[in-house]
Ligand binder design. Structure first.
Ligand code: NAD
Ligand code: WQD
Length: 333
Protein backbone atom coordinates (compact mmCIF):
# COMPACT_ATOMS: atom_id res chain seq x y z
CA UNK A 1 0.00 0.00 0.00
CA UNK A 2 0.96 3.65 -0.37
CA UNK A 3 0.60 5.23 3.05
CA UNK A 4 0.61 8.90 3.96
CA UNK A 5 2.11 9.38 7.41
CA UNK A 6 1.53 12.77 9.01
CA UNK A 7 4.00 13.49 11.82
CA UNK A 8 6.25 10.81 10.35
CA UNK A 9 9.45 12.58 11.40
CA UNK A 10 8.39 12.41 15.05
CA UNK A 11 9.07 9.81 17.69
CA UNK A 12 6.32 7.23 17.09
CA UNK A 13 5.85 8.21 13.44
CA UNK A 14 9.48 7.56 12.48
CA UNK A 15 9.42 4.07 14.03
CA UNK A 16 6.15 3.34 12.25
CA UNK A 17 7.60 4.48 8.89
CA UNK A 18 10.45 2.00 9.38
CA UNK A 19 8.00 -0.80 10.15
CA UNK A 20 5.77 0.06 7.17
CA UNK A 21 8.72 0.23 4.78
CA UNK A 22 10.07 -3.06 6.08
CA UNK A 23 6.61 -4.51 5.34
CA UNK A 24 7.06 -3.29 1.73
CA UNK A 25 4.66 -0.37 1.92
CA UNK A 26 5.44 2.91 0.23
CA UNK A 27 5.60 5.83 2.66
CA UNK A 28 4.96 9.54 2.16
CA UNK A 29 5.79 11.67 5.19
CA UNK A 30 4.17 15.02 5.91
CA UNK A 31 5.66 16.89 8.85
CA UNK A 32 6.07 20.59 9.62
CA UNK A 33 9.07 19.76 11.89
CA UNK A 34 7.60 21.74 14.79
CA UNK A 35 8.78 18.99 17.14
CA UNK A 36 11.21 16.98 15.02
CA UNK A 37 14.12 17.26 12.63
CA UNK A 38 14.49 16.39 8.97
CA UNK A 39 17.46 14.20 9.91
CA UNK A 40 14.91 11.67 11.20
CA UNK A 41 13.88 11.10 7.58
CA UNK A 42 17.51 10.40 6.62
CA UNK A 43 17.77 8.00 9.52
CA UNK A 44 14.65 6.14 8.42
CA UNK A 45 16.37 5.78 5.05
CA UNK A 46 19.58 4.55 6.71
CA UNK A 47 17.67 1.83 8.59
CA UNK A 48 15.45 0.68 5.73
CA UNK A 49 17.84 1.23 2.82
CA UNK A 50 15.24 3.32 1.02
CA UNK A 51 14.31 6.99 1.33
CA UNK A 52 10.67 7.76 2.11
CA UNK A 53 9.11 10.68 0.29
CA UNK A 54 9.09 13.73 2.55
CA UNK A 55 7.10 16.96 2.52
CA UNK A 56 7.77 19.72 5.00
CA UNK A 57 4.19 20.85 5.21
CA UNK A 58 1.51 21.63 7.75
CA UNK A 59 -1.34 19.16 8.12
CA UNK A 60 -3.71 22.05 8.87
CA UNK A 61 -2.99 23.52 5.40
CA UNK A 62 -5.85 22.28 3.26
CA UNK A 63 -4.38 23.43 -0.06
CA UNK A 64 -1.02 21.81 0.59
CA UNK A 65 -2.69 18.57 1.71
CA UNK A 66 -4.99 18.58 -1.32
CA UNK A 67 -1.98 18.77 -3.63
CA UNK A 68 -0.18 15.93 -1.82
CA UNK A 69 -3.30 13.73 -1.85
CA UNK A 70 -3.95 14.34 -5.54
CA UNK A 71 -0.29 13.82 -6.49
CA UNK A 72 0.21 10.57 -4.57
CA UNK A 73 -3.27 9.05 -4.25
CA UNK A 74 -2.52 7.19 -1.00
CA UNK A 75 -4.37 4.01 -0.02
CA UNK A 76 -4.38 4.99 3.62
CA UNK A 77 -3.36 7.60 6.17
CA UNK A 78 -1.82 7.34 9.62
CA UNK A 79 -2.34 10.65 11.36
CA UNK A 80 0.33 11.22 14.04
CA UNK A 81 0.77 14.96 13.55
CA UNK A 82 -0.19 16.83 16.68
CA UNK A 83 1.06 18.71 19.69
CA UNK A 84 1.42 16.50 22.75
CA UNK A 85 2.80 18.30 25.81
CA UNK A 86 0.16 18.13 28.54
CA UNK A 87 1.46 21.09 30.60
CA UNK A 88 1.87 23.28 27.54
CA UNK A 89 -1.70 22.50 26.50
CA UNK A 90 -2.92 24.01 29.77
CA UNK A 91 -0.86 27.16 29.11
CA UNK A 92 -1.81 27.59 25.43
CA UNK A 93 -5.08 25.68 24.95
CA UNK A 94 -6.05 27.41 21.73
CA UNK A 95 -2.85 26.34 19.98
CA UNK A 96 -3.62 22.75 20.95
CA UNK A 97 -7.28 22.80 19.92
CA UNK A 98 -6.38 24.53 16.67
CA UNK A 99 -3.51 22.26 15.65
CA UNK A 100 -4.89 18.92 16.79
CA UNK A 101 -8.51 19.39 15.74
CA UNK A 102 -7.88 21.28 12.52
CA UNK A 103 -5.19 18.86 11.28
CA UNK A 104 -7.52 15.93 11.93
CA UNK A 105 -10.41 17.63 10.11
CA UNK A 106 -8.27 18.68 7.14
CA UNK A 107 -6.76 15.21 6.73
CA UNK A 108 -10.17 13.54 7.09
CA UNK A 109 -11.73 15.90 4.58
CA UNK A 110 -8.96 15.13 2.10
CA UNK A 111 -9.48 11.40 2.63
CA UNK A 112 -13.16 11.78 1.75
CA UNK A 113 -12.50 14.04 -1.25
CA UNK A 114 -9.80 11.75 -2.64
CA UNK A 115 -11.45 8.40 -1.87
CA UNK A 116 -8.90 7.33 0.76
CA UNK A 117 -10.73 4.87 2.97
CA UNK A 118 -8.20 3.84 5.60
CA UNK A 119 -7.59 6.25 8.46
CA UNK A 120 -5.57 5.34 11.54
CA UNK A 121 -5.56 7.88 14.35
CA UNK A 122 -3.08 8.41 17.21
CA UNK A 123 -5.22 8.52 20.29
CA UNK A 124 -4.15 8.12 23.87
CA UNK A 125 -5.02 6.33 27.09
CA UNK A 126 -5.53 9.83 28.45
CA UNK A 127 -9.07 9.74 26.98
CA UNK A 128 -10.09 7.29 29.74
CA UNK A 129 -9.53 9.93 32.43
CA UNK A 130 -9.28 8.65 36.01
CA UNK A 131 -11.09 5.36 35.35
CA UNK A 132 -10.91 1.93 36.97
CA UNK A 133 -7.85 -0.09 35.80
CA UNK A 134 -7.38 -1.98 33.57
CA UNK A 135 -8.77 0.35 30.93
CA UNK A 136 -11.07 -1.34 28.44
CA UNK A 137 -12.11 0.05 25.04
CA UNK A 138 -15.81 -0.18 25.92
CA UNK A 139 -15.52 1.95 29.07
CA UNK A 140 -17.35 5.21 29.30
CA UNK A 141 -14.72 7.94 28.97
CA UNK A 142 -14.33 10.27 31.95
CA UNK A 143 -13.42 13.98 31.69
CA UNK A 144 -9.77 14.76 31.01
CA UNK A 145 -7.78 17.15 33.18
CA UNK A 146 -6.09 19.03 30.31
CA UNK A 147 -6.80 20.41 26.82
CA UNK A 148 -4.39 17.95 25.18
CA UNK A 149 -6.48 15.01 26.38
CA UNK A 150 -9.65 16.80 25.31
CA UNK A 151 -8.32 17.20 21.76
CA UNK A 152 -7.83 13.42 21.54
CA UNK A 153 -11.34 12.68 22.81
CA UNK A 154 -12.80 15.29 20.45
CA UNK A 155 -10.92 13.91 17.43
CA UNK A 156 -12.19 10.43 18.27
CA UNK A 157 -15.76 11.80 18.23
CA UNK A 158 -15.27 13.71 14.97
CA UNK A 159 -13.89 10.62 13.22
CA UNK A 160 -16.65 8.41 14.62
CA UNK A 161 -19.36 10.78 13.37
CA UNK A 162 -17.75 11.00 9.93
CA UNK A 163 -17.53 7.19 9.68
CA UNK A 164 -21.26 6.88 10.51
CA UNK A 165 -22.28 8.65 7.31
CA UNK A 166 -19.49 7.29 5.09
CA UNK A 167 -20.02 3.53 5.06
CA UNK A 168 -16.84 2.84 3.04
CA UNK A 169 -14.63 4.79 5.45
CA UNK A 170 -12.49 2.87 7.95
CA UNK A 171 -11.39 4.57 11.14
CA UNK A 172 -9.03 2.89 13.60
CA UNK A 173 -8.54 4.72 16.88
CA UNK A 174 -5.35 3.53 18.57
CA UNK A 175 -5.13 4.44 22.24
CA UNK A 176 -1.47 4.32 23.20
CA UNK A 177 -0.40 3.86 26.77
CA UNK A 178 3.14 5.07 27.63
CA UNK A 179 5.47 4.68 24.61
CA UNK A 180 9.17 4.38 25.48
CA UNK A 181 12.36 2.90 24.03
CA UNK A 182 13.85 3.25 20.59
CA UNK A 183 14.84 1.34 17.48
CA UNK A 184 17.71 -1.08 18.24
CA UNK A 185 19.92 0.72 15.70
CA UNK A 186 20.03 3.71 18.08
CA UNK A 187 19.38 5.94 15.06
CA UNK A 188 15.86 7.06 15.91
CA UNK A 189 14.25 7.60 19.29
CA UNK A 190 12.63 10.15 21.55
CA UNK A 191 14.48 13.48 21.56
CA UNK A 192 12.35 16.02 23.42
CA UNK A 193 13.20 19.70 23.20
CA UNK A 194 14.09 21.31 26.54
CA UNK A 195 13.25 19.69 29.86
CA UNK A 196 11.46 16.37 29.27
CA UNK A 197 7.91 16.06 30.58
CA UNK A 198 7.90 12.29 30.43
CA UNK A 199 9.59 9.88 32.78
CA UNK A 200 11.80 7.77 30.49
CA UNK A 201 13.51 10.64 28.64
CA UNK A 202 14.05 12.34 31.99
CA UNK A 203 15.74 9.19 33.32
CA UNK A 204 17.98 8.87 30.24
CA UNK A 205 19.00 12.53 30.57
CA UNK A 206 19.89 11.99 34.23
CA UNK A 207 21.91 8.93 33.19
CA UNK A 208 23.75 11.04 30.65
CA UNK A 209 24.45 13.80 33.18
CA UNK A 210 22.26 16.41 31.46
CA UNK A 211 20.00 16.57 34.56
CA UNK A 212 21.19 16.16 38.14
CA UNK A 213 18.46 13.93 39.52
CA UNK A 214 15.02 12.61 38.80
CA UNK A 215 12.14 14.13 40.72
CA UNK A 216 9.61 11.44 41.56
CA UNK A 217 6.20 13.07 41.62
CA UNK A 218 4.61 11.67 44.78
CA UNK A 219 4.99 8.44 46.76
CA UNK A 220 1.63 8.52 48.51
CA UNK A 221 -0.57 7.03 45.77
CA UNK A 222 -2.58 3.90 46.55
CA UNK A 223 -0.09 1.69 44.63
CA UNK A 224 2.39 -1.00 45.73
CA UNK A 225 5.20 1.46 46.52
CA UNK A 226 3.19 4.70 46.49
CA UNK A 227 4.51 5.96 43.13
CA UNK A 228 2.45 6.25 39.93
CA UNK A 229 1.85 3.10 37.89
CA UNK A 230 1.87 3.15 34.09
CA UNK A 231 1.77 0.71 31.17
CA UNK A 232 5.08 1.33 29.36
CA UNK A 233 5.14 0.03 25.82
CA UNK A 234 8.11 -0.31 23.49
CA UNK A 235 7.79 2.06 20.53
CA UNK A 236 8.66 -0.70 18.05
CA UNK A 237 5.77 -2.82 19.38
CA UNK A 238 3.59 0.24 18.90
CA UNK A 239 4.88 0.63 15.33
CA UNK A 240 4.00 -3.00 14.60
CA UNK A 241 0.50 -2.31 15.93
CA UNK A 242 0.08 0.52 13.40
CA UNK A 243 1.16 -1.62 10.46
CA UNK A 244 -1.35 -4.32 11.44
CA UNK A 245 -4.08 -1.75 12.02
CA UNK A 246 -3.79 -0.22 8.57
CA UNK A 247 -3.33 -3.56 6.84
CA UNK A 248 -6.41 -5.07 8.51
CA UNK A 249 -8.62 -1.98 8.35
CA UNK A 250 -12.28 -2.61 7.55
CA UNK A 251 -15.11 -0.12 7.04
CA UNK A 252 -16.49 1.31 10.28
CA UNK A 253 -14.84 2.37 13.53
CA UNK A 254 -12.60 0.20 15.69
CA UNK A 255 -10.88 1.25 18.90
CA UNK A 256 -7.81 -0.56 20.22
CA UNK A 257 -5.71 -0.16 23.31
CA UNK A 258 -2.03 -0.53 22.50
CA UNK A 259 -0.36 -1.40 25.79
CA UNK A 260 1.24 -4.41 27.46
CA UNK A 261 -1.48 -4.84 30.06
CA UNK A 262 1.16 -4.63 32.78
CA UNK A 263 1.64 -1.75 35.22
CA UNK A 264 5.09 -0.57 36.37
CA UNK A 265 5.65 2.01 39.11
CA UNK A 266 8.06 4.94 38.81
CA UNK A 267 10.48 3.35 41.27
CA UNK A 268 10.24 -0.01 39.51
CA UNK A 269 11.12 1.65 36.22
CA UNK A 270 14.08 3.45 37.81
CA UNK A 271 15.35 0.15 39.27
CA UNK A 272 14.84 -1.69 35.96
CA UNK A 273 16.76 1.04 34.13
CA UNK A 274 19.63 0.88 36.64
CA UNK A 275 19.86 -2.90 36.37
CA UNK A 276 19.45 -3.08 32.59
CA UNK A 277 22.21 -0.52 32.00
CA UNK A 278 24.39 -0.94 35.07
CA UNK A 279 23.95 2.70 36.10
CA UNK A 280 22.72 4.70 39.08
CA UNK A 281 19.83 7.17 38.77
CA UNK A 282 19.79 9.61 41.68
CA UNK A 283 16.26 10.69 42.59
CA UNK A 284 14.28 12.51 45.23
CA UNK A 285 10.62 12.32 46.11
CA UNK A 286 8.73 15.56 45.57
CA UNK A 287 5.05 16.53 45.63
CA UNK A 288 2.51 15.03 43.25
CA UNK A 289 2.25 16.55 39.77
CA UNK A 290 -1.17 18.18 39.25
CA UNK A 291 -3.44 16.18 36.95
CA UNK A 292 -1.64 12.84 37.44
CA UNK A 293 -3.62 9.71 38.21
CA UNK A 294 -2.43 6.82 40.40
CA UNK A 295 -2.67 3.99 37.90
CA UNK A 296 -3.06 3.57 34.17
CA UNK A 297 -2.72 0.27 32.35
CA UNK A 298 -4.47 -1.45 29.50
CA UNK A 299 -6.65 -4.41 28.97
CA UNK A 300 -4.94 -5.26 25.67
CA UNK A 301 -6.96 -8.35 24.81
CA UNK A 302 -8.98 -6.82 21.96
CA UNK A 303 -5.87 -5.97 19.89
CA UNK A 304 -4.65 -9.53 20.41
CA UNK A 305 -7.95 -11.07 19.35
CA UNK A 306 -8.78 -8.89 16.38
CA UNK A 307 -5.40 -7.66 15.10
CA UNK A 308 -3.26 -10.55 16.27
CA UNK A 309 -1.06 -7.97 18.01
CA UNK A 310 0.75 -8.38 21.30
CA UNK A 311 3.57 -6.32 22.80
CA UNK A 312 6.65 -8.54 22.61
CA UNK A 313 9.32 -6.36 24.20
CA UNK A 314 9.68 -6.11 27.97
CA UNK A 315 10.89 -3.43 30.39
CA UNK A 316 14.57 -4.46 30.12
CA UNK A 317 14.59 -3.96 26.34
CA UNK A 318 12.73 -0.66 26.71
CA UNK A 319 15.40 0.59 29.15
CA UNK A 320 18.35 -0.66 27.09
CA UNK A 321 17.03 0.72 23.82
CA UNK A 322 16.11 4.11 25.34
CA UNK A 323 19.62 4.41 26.78
CA UNK A 324 21.35 3.33 23.55
CA UNK A 325 19.55 6.11 21.69
CA UNK A 326 20.24 8.73 24.37
CA UNK A 327 23.95 7.87 24.44
CA UNK A 328 24.33 8.34 20.72
CA UNK A 329 22.15 11.43 20.39
CA UNK A 330 24.60 14.31 20.18
CA UNK A 331 22.57 17.18 18.82
CA UNK A 332 21.13 18.24 22.15
CA UNK A 333 22.82 20.97 24.17
P1 NAD B 1 6.19 13.86 18.25
O1 NAD B 1 6.04 15.28 18.67
O2 NAD B 1 7.54 13.25 18.30
O3 NAD B 1 5.59 13.65 16.78
C1 NAD B 1 4.57 14.44 16.27
C2 NAD B 1 5.05 14.99 14.94
O4 NAD B 1 4.01 15.77 14.36
C3 NAD B 1 6.27 15.90 15.07
O5 NAD B 1 7.25 15.45 14.18
C4 NAD B 1 5.74 17.28 14.71
O6 NAD B 1 6.73 18.05 14.08
C5 NAD B 1 4.58 16.95 13.80
N1 NAD B 1 3.50 17.93 13.75
C6 NAD B 1 2.82 18.53 14.76
N2 NAD B 1 1.86 19.32 14.28
C7 NAD B 1 1.92 19.22 12.92
C8 NAD B 1 1.18 19.80 11.86
N3 NAD B 1 0.18 20.65 12.09
N4 NAD B 1 1.51 19.46 10.61
C9 NAD B 1 2.52 18.60 10.34
N5 NAD B 1 3.24 18.04 11.30
C10 NAD B 1 2.95 18.33 12.58
O7 NAD B 1 5.16 13.01 19.15
P2 NAD B 1 4.96 11.44 19.25
O8 NAD B 1 5.27 11.05 20.63
O9 NAD B 1 5.59 10.74 18.12
O10 NAD B 1 3.37 11.39 19.10
C11 NAD B 1 2.73 11.11 17.87
C12 NAD B 1 1.23 11.13 18.09
O11 NAD B 1 0.88 10.19 19.08
C13 NAD B 1 0.71 12.48 18.58
O12 NAD B 1 -0.55 12.73 17.99
C14 NAD B 1 0.55 12.27 20.08
O13 NAD B 1 -0.43 13.09 20.64
C15 NAD B 1 0.13 10.80 20.11
N6 NAD B 1 0.44 10.14 21.39
C16 NAD B 1 1.70 10.21 21.90
C17 NAD B 1 1.98 9.59 23.12
C18 NAD B 1 3.34 9.68 23.74
O14 NAD B 1 3.46 9.49 24.95
N7 NAD B 1 4.40 9.91 22.98
C19 NAD B 1 0.97 8.90 23.79
C20 NAD B 1 -0.31 8.84 23.23
C21 NAD B 1 -0.57 9.47 22.03
C1 WQD C 1 4.73 8.66 34.06
C2 WQD C 1 4.85 8.55 35.56
C3 WQD C 1 4.55 10.65 36.70
C4 WQD C 1 8.19 12.53 35.09
C5 WQD C 1 1.75 11.35 29.56
C6 WQD C 1 0.51 12.01 29.04
C7 WQD C 1 -0.32 11.01 28.29
C8 WQD C 1 0.52 10.31 27.21
C9 WQD C 1 1.79 9.77 27.75
C10 WQD C 1 0.27 11.48 25.17
C11 WQD C 1 3.82 9.37 36.31
C12 WQD C 1 5.97 10.13 36.90
C13 WQD C 1 7.17 11.65 35.38
C14 WQD C 1 9.10 12.89 36.12
C15 WQD C 1 7.93 11.43 37.62
N1 WQD C 1 0.92 11.22 26.19
N2 WQD C 1 7.03 11.10 36.62
N3 WQD C 1 8.94 12.31 37.34
O1 WQD C 1 1.75 11.34 32.68
O2 WQD C 1 1.48 8.84 32.37
O3 WQD C 1 1.37 10.31 30.43
O4 WQD C 1 2.49 10.79 28.47
O5 WQD C 1 -0.83 11.11 24.88
O6 WQD C 1 -1.39 11.71 27.74
O7 WQD C 1 -0.24 12.51 30.14
O8 WQD C 1 3.54 9.96 31.48
O9 WQD C 1 5.97 9.85 31.51
O10 WQD C 1 4.84 12.00 32.17
O11 WQD C 1 4.71 10.04 33.69
O12 WQD C 1 7.82 10.95 38.76
O13 WQD C 1 10.01 13.69 35.92
O14 WQD C 1 6.12 9.09 35.95
O15 WQD C 1 4.08 11.26 37.86
O16 WQD C 1 3.45 8.66 37.46
P1 WQD C 1 1.97 10.15 31.86
P2 WQD C 1 4.83 10.52 32.16
Amino acid sequence: MRILVTGGAGYIGSHTCVELMQNKHEVIIVDNLVNSKESAVERIAAITGKAPLFYKADATDDQAMDLIFSTHKPDGVIHFAGLKAVGESVAVPLAYYRNNLLSTMVITDNCLRHGVNRFVFSSSATVYGDNQVPFLETMELLPRTNPYGETKAMCERILTDVAKVNPEFSVTLLRYFNPVGAHTSGLIGEAPQGIPNNLMPYITQVAKGIRKELRVFGNDYPTSDGTGVRDYIHVVDLAEGHALAIEKAEPGVEVYNLGTGKGTSVLELVKAFEEANDLQIPYSIVERRPGDIAECYADASKAKEKLGWVAKRGIVEMCQDAWRFEKSYEARA
